[in-house]
Write a protein of this length. Sequence first.
Length: 143
Amino acid sequence: MSSMRSSLPLAALLTGLCLAGVAAADSVPPVTVKTLLTTGKTDIGQPLVLPSHHPVLIVSTYDIAPGTRLARHKHPFSRYAYVLAGDLTVEFDDGKQRQYRAGDIVVEAVDTWHFGVNSGTVPVRLLVIDQVEQGQATTILAK
């Protein structure tokens, strides 16, 4: 009988802890939304350019090794990138530079020559989203 009495308080304590855990879990919202960016312009102030005929959505990841310099290029339509990791420097023909780090959003310039460099010591990892007209390239390389 004494073992039964000593287990009752333990059972009550465990039940109380379980119910407290349920109450705490119920107070956490099931979905949290955090807006990272709202804009109608590129990072250099241009209006966004979206395809008007037969749009195609392309989602890609890019991994850029430390010290790597991308080829000089431009984009015919708006391109968006989320920096998952690393440090990226983008340089334009006029010499201006933009710095991006993990957690930053890049709203790339449209029809403007530029190149990117992994300016850090770890790989840059990007999630890139393009919307182009069917059959069009996302990137035009300089010759």
